[in-house]
Write a protein that binds this ligand. Sequence first.
Ligand code: SF4
Ligand code: SF4
Length: 449
Amino acid sequence: MAIGTFRGGIHPYDGKELSRHTRIRTVVPHSDIVVFPLKQHMGRPAVPVVAPGDPVLTGQRIAKADGEFSADLHASVSGVVTAIRDFHVAGGGTERSIIIRNDGRFSEIPYPEPRRFEELTDAVIIRAVKQAGIVGMGGAGLPSHIKLSPEHPEQIDYVIANCVECEPYMTSDYRRMVENPGKLINGLRIVLKVFPRARGILAIDEQLRDVIRELRSITRDDPRIYVKRVQTKYPQGSERQLIYAVTGRTLNGKMLPSDIGCIVHNVDTLVAVNQAVMLYEPLLTRLITVSGDCVAKPGNFRVRIGMSYDELIERAGGFVREPALILDGGTMTGRRIRDLHVPVTKMSSQIVALSRDRAEVMRETACSRCARCVEACPNHLVPIQLLRDAERQNEDAFITHNGLECCQCQSCSYICPSKLPLSLRITEMRESIVSRPEKAGDYSRRLFG
Ligand code: SF4
Ligand code: SF4
């Protein structure tokens, strides 16, 4: 079968050899204080259902969703609520957060007996995913039950498991597929139950031959699921590029994948769906890659939500040299963080700490008109033109030049020999326009549904 791909893209150094071969380590917070920001998803902050002084158990709901794009939040430790107040978060600034004094016992709520998903109705499956507070773990934090409830479920042809993991340094999905392939496949089967006409595709990087073999072997007798290899390239895991590579269907920035008959879920999201539907488990942990040349023992960690980044880095052996750059996320789409005393959230995915040798120093020079940014753009845009539009604050020209189609992959900035801030300026202008539905029209759908 042909290997799927898309036009454009880049091949950055991926650093995956640092953490790919170490088993997932489960770590629990030893710290007294565990912090739960009320906004760990796309929509409005959740509303606390506990108050200072309340005892809580691991797995207990501590905040309820406020509106369609919001999500329930559960305690990942047992202890006592000490405060509800603003706390620093990795994305910058502060968020209102529930603070729990961790008693270190991790006493759990009682869970019902495991059940078989085959016997459940679609409504029960969707409710279980909603009640578990699961959000997409690929980045945007869209509550996962929304993807399970499109307007026309009978028009969904493909449920795609995004097993590509193209972000440099990140290897948590790879480890998940090596260590728990059954949970991933079962999560995909649960989602397929909601879409009876759909086929399941496990879309995976062509180089991961061991995993491809194993996933093919597990799904050999399942006529609804197949494994599709895709080229090693960035941003192959981006929704638009992935859908095109595996189905040939084209998505633009105004559309949702369900508009073209597709649903895409990340590996860890499907595992969380499996745990919620079969075992009633709420989302309490995240798989996080901690890597970079400054980290003593790079690896993948199953981390309780609410544990602080600095405690997680300690479990990875701390730093062997002073990092010049620490990123929340990968080297392509991550954001610089300076304060590590911030909590792991449902949207955390990796921490990368790089020395001066690895962290490139940006020295901007004039555009040489080499057109490499144009060749790299996976959405067929002209980034240098969009940069000029953004610098002139010319929103109409930016829209005419299709700037709203940018998916913020940063390929243009990576490839630019003049180190121009292409992606940064394009993203700033795009976000400013998309936040105003009267200006952006259907492009605001991805933000407001
Ligand atoms: S213009 Fe946008 S979509 Fe195109 S390469 Fe740059 S960041 Fe990616
Ligand atoms: S890659 Fe950089 S230098 Fe080359 S055309 Fe684009 S903006 Fe100019």
